[in-house]
Design a protein. Structure first.
Length: 280
C-alpha cells in the first residue's frame, strides 16, 4: 500500500485535473448556444434513437438492463497487468473477485484503466468512421452504440478501482461520471461537489438517488452536447472523418472523467484507512 505522502501527492494530481475541467474551449461554448435551432435541424429518426438509448440508460439505472457488463474479463485484464508490472516469477493471489482489486497498488490500477481507455477509444474511433460512411442511415445505429460503449467503459473502470457496478449505488456513480464528461462548467462543479460528498458521507448515495429521479433532465445536457456534433456526421463520406473524430473524443472524455473520479474515491478511502490505523 502507498504511504500517506504518496496518496496525498496522487490526490493533488486529481485535484489539478478537476481544476482544469472548469474551463470550456471557446468553440464548445459557442456550440452550446443554438440548441433550439439544432432541434429543428436534427432528423426525427436521430432524436428517436437518442430517446431510445436514454430509455435504456434509465433501465440500467433502475435494474442493470442489457448494458450491465460481466466482471470476469476486466478482472483477467487487471491480472495480466499485475503480472507484467510485478513479474511472473512472483507468487500472486489470484484476482477472483472485485474485492481482490481494492488492495492492489495504485500504479497497477492506473495502468489497467489506461489500457482500457486506449482500447475503447480505438474501438469507438473505428465505429464512428464505419457509421459515418452512410450519413443519416448509419448514424441512427451509431448513437445507441457509442452510448452503450461509454457506459460499459465506465463500468470496466469502476472494476479497475475495486467498485462493483452491479450495485445500484455504483450504477448511480456510473451515470454521474457519464454526465460529468459532457456537462458545462456549472454542471461539472455541481457534480464534483456531489461526488466529494459521496466519497466522504455514507448517506450521500441516498441523496444522489433522489437527485437522479429526474434522470431524463440529467441527460438533456448529454443529448444537446451530442446533437450539434453529430450533425457534422450526416454528410456522407465526409462523415467518416467527423464520425471517427467525434466518437474518439467522446470515449476519451468519458474514460478520462471516469478514471479520475474513481481514482479519487480509491485514494480518499485509502487515506481514511491510514487515519483509522493511526488512531488505533
Amino acid at each position: 500500500m502507498e504511504s500517506r505522502e504518496q496518496l496525498l501527492k496522487e490526490l493533488n494530481i486529481v485535484k489539478a485535473w478537476e481544476s482544469e475541467q472548469k474551463d470550456l474551449w471557446f468553440w464548445e461554448k459557442i456550440g452550446r448556444l443554438p440548441f433550439q435551432l439544432l432541434d429543428r435541424l436534427t432528423p426525427k429518426i436521430l432524436n428517436k434513437k437518442i430517446s431510445e438509448a436514454l430509455n435504456e440508460l434509465g433501465n440500467y439505472l433502475q435494474a442493470g438492463g442489457r448494458y450491465l457488463i460481466s466482471e470476469a474479463g476486466t478482472l483477467r485484464h487487471i491480472e495480466e497487468v499485475r503480472h507484467r508490472s510485478e513479474g511472473h516469477h512472483r507468487v500472486h493471489t489470484q484476482i477472483a473477485a472485485i474485492e481482490d482489486v481494492e488492495t492492489l497498488p495504485l500504479r497497477i490500477l492506473d495502468q489497467a484503466a489506461d489500457e482500457i481507455i486506449h482500447n475503447r477509444t480505438k474501438l469507438a474511433t473505428l465505429q464512428g468512421a464505419t457509421t459515418g460512411i452512410g450519413g443519416i442511415l448509419t448514424l441512427a445505429i451509431d448513437v445507441p452504440a457509442v452510448l452503450g460503449l461509454s457506459l460499459k467503459t465506465i463500468q470496466e473502470l469502476a472494476i479497475c478501482y475495486g467498485y462493483d457496478p452491479k450495485i445500484k449505488q455504483e450504477r448511480i456513480f456510473t451515470i454521474k461520471c457519464m454526465q460529468f464528461s459532457s456537462a458545462d462548467i456549472v454542471g461539472k462543479k455541481a457534480i464534483l461537489d456531489e461526488l466529494s460528498d459521496y466519497a466522504a458521507n455514507d448517506q450521500a448515495d441516498a441523496q444522489m438517488i433522489s437527485q437522479l429521479q429526474g434522470w431524463r433532465e440529467v441527460f438533456a445536457t448529454y443529448r444537446d452536447n451530442w446533437g450539434w456534433k453529430k450533425l457534422f456526421q450526416l454528410i456522407p463520406v465526409a462523415g467518416i472523418l467527423f464520425g471517427a473524430w467525434i466518437n474518439r473524443g467522446t470515449l476519451k472524455d468519458v474514460g478520462e472523467s471516469a478514471k479520475m473520479l474513481y481514482r479519487k474515491r480509491r485514494i480518499l478511502e485509502r487515506l481514511n484507512e491510514l487515519d483509522k490505523q493511526n488512531i488505533e
